[in-house]
Design a protein around this ligand. Structure first.
Ligand SMILES: [Zn+2]
Length: 260
C-alpha cells in the first residue's frame, strides 16, 4: 500500500482527507513524517514498515494540528520532532488535539498524540533541509530533500485543500506570501512534492501547485474572492474555511466576532 515516490521516500494515503503518511530513509534508518490517520491505518503502516525491514529512528511533525501529531506504539518509542515553535504549540494544544482525534477517527492511540520535542539545530536524524514558516500553523515546516528531488510540503501545495489561514493569527496573507516565496524556491529544484493531503505532484504539476496557492493568496491580497479549481462542487466542506479566509483577508474577522 506504500508507494515509493522518490529515492527512499514512500507515501501511504489515508481515507481521511487524503492524508499522506510519509516514510523517509535516512542513514540506514527510517523517519516517519505525519503518520495517520485512524488506528487500523496506523497498524497497516506498521505492517508496511515491517516489510521494509528498516528500523524507525524518529518521527517528524510538520505542524501542530492533531492530524499531524499522531503515533502508534508499533512505530517504537523513539524521539518525535517538530520545529521549536511547533513543539511549543503542540504541548499547549495536546488536550484539544486528543479530543479532535477522538471525534474524527477511530482507534487512534490518544495517549501518544502530540509528544514532540524541538528538532536539534543540526536537524538530528531528519535528513534534508527544514523550511520553516508561519502560514497555516505556527512553526509549520516543510522538508526539502534536495538530493532525492522531493519536497514534503505539510499543509501547503495541495490539489484538494485551498490555503487554510490560521484564524487565530494576524496577517496570514503575508505569512503565506513569505512561505510561498520560500517553498516556490525550494520547489524549483525538485521533481516531486508530497502535500499533507491530496495527490503527490510530479514534474510540471509541481510548479502548478505553487502557482495555484499563489493565485489564491494574491486574490485575497487584492480583496477579491479567489477563483480556484479546488473549490468545486465536490468540495462544499471547504466553503466554511474559504469564507473565514475571505473575512480574515478583509480584516473583518474581529468586527464579525463582536457582532455575534
Ligand atoms: Zn492537515
Amino acid at each position: 500500500m506504500m508507494t515509493q515516490v522518490a529515492d527512499g521516500v514512500w507515501v501511504r494515503q489515508s481515507a481521511w482527507v487524503w492524508t499522506n503518511s510519509i516514510v523517509v530513509r535516512g542513514e540506514e534508518r527510517l523517519i516517519l513524517v505525519d503518520p495517520g490517520i485512524d488506528g487500523s491505518e496506523l497498524n497497516r503502516l506498521a505492517d508496511d514498515l515491517d516489510r521494509l525491514g528498516i528500523p524507525v529512528v524518529a518521527g517528524f511533525s510538520t505542524h501542530p494540528h492533531w492530524d499531524h501529531l499522531l503515533w502508534h506504539a508499533r512505530f517504537g518509542d523513539v524521539p518525535r520532532y517538530a520545529t521549536a515553535a511547533g513543539a511549543d504549540v503542540a504541548g499547549e494544544a495536546r488536550e484539544r488535539a486528543q479530543a479532535m482525534a477522538a471525534e474524527s477517527a477511530s482507534g487512534i492511540p490518544l495517549e501518544l498524540i502530540a509528544l514532540v520535542t524541538p528538532l536539534p539545530a543540526a536537524g538530528g536524524p531528519v535528513p534534508g533541509e527544514i523550511v520553516e514558516h508561519q502560514a497555516h500553523a505556527v512553526g509549520h515546516a516543510a522538508v526539502l530533500l534536495a538530493d532525492r528531488g522531493a519536497l514534503l510540503a505539510g499543509d501547503m501545495l495541495s490539489d484538494v485543500l485551498i490555503p487554510l489561514l490560521d484564524a487565530r493569527r494576524r496577517d496570514q496573507v503575508g505569512a503565506y506570501e513569505t512561505a510561498l516565496d520560500r517553498l516556490g524556491e525550494a520547489a524549483r529544484d525538485v521533481e516531486v512534492v508530497v502535500p499533507g493531503h491530496g495527490a503527490v505532484a510530479e514534474g510540471p504539476e509541481v510548479a502548478a501547485r505553487v502557482a495555484a496557492d499563489r493565485a489564491y493568496i494574491d486574490a485575497l491580497r487584492r480583496g477579491e474572492d479567489p477563483v480556484d479549481a479546488r473549490l468545486g462542487p465536490d468540495a462544499k466542506w471547504l466553503s466554511g474555511p474559504h469564507q473565514s479566509n475571505l473575512e480574515q483577508a478583509r480584516g473583518r474577522l474581529e468586527h464579525l466576532r463582536l457582532r455575534e
